[in-house]
Write a protein that binds this ligand. Structure first.
Ligand code: ASP
Length: 418
């Protein structure tokens, strides 16, 4: 099958189509903006096209909870006993912590060297998004939140972390018991997983259309005005993200997973492009799982554990962005953060990225945690908000890329490399 796929022309393959969609979305978006002064209804055009993208996004969201629950239960059950689940879990958490810390360090280095905050002035006219100051979560709240008091409510509201917690426990106890009833439950969940996966596959085929529509609307929406002043900040976050995505992570992939970074990148490109256009790690999860298993040959036992967990807690791009944004805001207010305070930024950025949900703008909301930790005014967020959407798209792709590299690394250490 793999051979027939590689013989297919590139534009018939999913990653080729996604590439075309990205270019077309960008070109059409820019074209619509250019035609605006000539009387073209640019905004209405962007919003109408966007509806197609929203349908794609809703289809992805529709599938998240059933996919996470069934794949995690089956994944944990296939790992066998609690000891091997614990081993994979420990390795996964180690990987997450390592890469997120490396990402933050790259960000901190660049923001100290380039000091983008000096180009910004205080008192921007932009206002804080609603509810941003009330949504910070302390560590204890975060831990408490992870344990659901009502699993149905958590599923119904799409609250992923408690569902992950319950699914892992469910999987562990499923393999501890024997007997026809328990086996029947196991088989039913496996059956549901098969159905959900084939539905996912069908949705994934629509990715190029969805990606095109979402990107075109985004380009139409975000104007070039404010962006100029924010360019140094934008370039610092963007540059640091690029270093992490194209240097650090490929090196880990090569050294730890012994995989060819270029081949792996190509195999998971549809997931990365979806992350870019949806700005949501959670919404991208179905594609990440599909690409990891079908295109990159990662065994399901590993991907169904590492990816859902990663989509919620492993956010290298978000952590890097938190650190750079916090220091930029400090520079903007003329505050020098000493080494100890920067270490505090590192720690809170790490925690904030774990606490951030895999949805658009979650990182911006979590900025409050970092700013409060080092005593900076949260109003600073209003200034950097203008370029946040594009940075959100970039950091989300980085988040997903790190999850996918992680699955390859863990698969190798588990001796399950294809
Ligand atoms: N949108 C990001 C994600 O889903 C989170 C963030 O806002 O940084 O991964």
């Amino acid at each position: 099958m793999a051979r027939s796929k590689s013989r297919q022309r590139w534009y018939l393959q999913l990653h080729g189509q996604v590439g075309i969609a990205l270019v077309m979305g960008f070109v059409i978006g820019v074209g619509a903006r250019l035609l605006g002064p000539a009387g073209f209804p640019t905004e209405a055009f962007g919003e109408t096209i966007g509806v197609v993208g929203d349908i794609f996004l809703r289809l992805l969201k529709m599938i998240i909870i059933p996919l996470i629950f069934t794949s995690l239960v089956c994944g944990v059950a296939s790992l066998g006993d609690a000891r091997s689940v614990g081993r994979v879990g420990l390795r996964t958490v180690l990987y997450y912590t390592l890469t997120t810390t490396l990402a933050i360090l790259v960000g901190l280095t660049l923001v100290n060297v380039f000091t983008p905050g000096r180009y910004l002035d205080i008192g921007s006219s932009a206002s804080l998004p609603e509810g941003i100051s009330s949504s910070s979560q302390s560590l204890s709240q975060f831990l408490l939140h992870m344990v659901p008091d009502n699993i149905i409510a958590a599923m119904a509201t799409g609250d992923v972390l408690p569902v992950i917690f319950f699914a892992i426990l469910f999987g562990l106890f499923l393999v501890r018991l024997n007997g026809p009833n328990v086996e029947a439950v196991h088989r039913v969940i496996e059956g549901v997983l098969e159905v959900v996966q084939s539905l996912t596959l069908a949705i994934v085929k629509l990715a190029p259309i969805g990606i095109f529509a979402l990107l075109a609307r985004e380009v139409v929406r975000s104007g070039p005005e404010l962006i100029m002043r924010l360019m140094p900040y934008f370039a610092t976050v963007g540059g640091a993200l690029l270093i992490h995505a194209f240097v650090t992570l490929p090196l880990l992939l090569l050294l730890l997973a012994r995989r060819n970074p270029l081949d792996y990148f190509r195999a998971v490109l549809p997931a990365l492009a979806t992350a870019f256009s949806t700005a949501s790690s959670s919404a991208t999860l179905p594609l990440s799982m599909e690409c990891a298993e079908k295109e990159a040959g990662i065994p399901r036992g590993v991907s169904s554990f590492v990816l859902p967990l990663g989509a919620t807690v492993n956010m290298d791009g978000t952590a890097l962005y938190e650190a750079v944004a916090a220091l930029t805001i400090a520079q903007m207010y003329g505050v020098q953060l000493a080494f100890g305070q920067q270490a505090m930024v590192l720690l809170t950025a790490l925690l904030a990225s774990v606490g951030a949900a895999g949805i658009p703008m979650a990182g911006l909301v979590m900025m409050v945690v970092v700013l409060e930790a080092v005593g900076l005014p949260i109003e600073g967020i209003a200034t950097i908000i203008a370029v946040d959407r594009v940075l959100d798209m970039m950091r989300t792709s980085t988040n997903v890329w790190s999850d996918l590299v992680g699955t390859a690394v863990i698969a190798r250490f588990e001796g399950k490399t294809p």
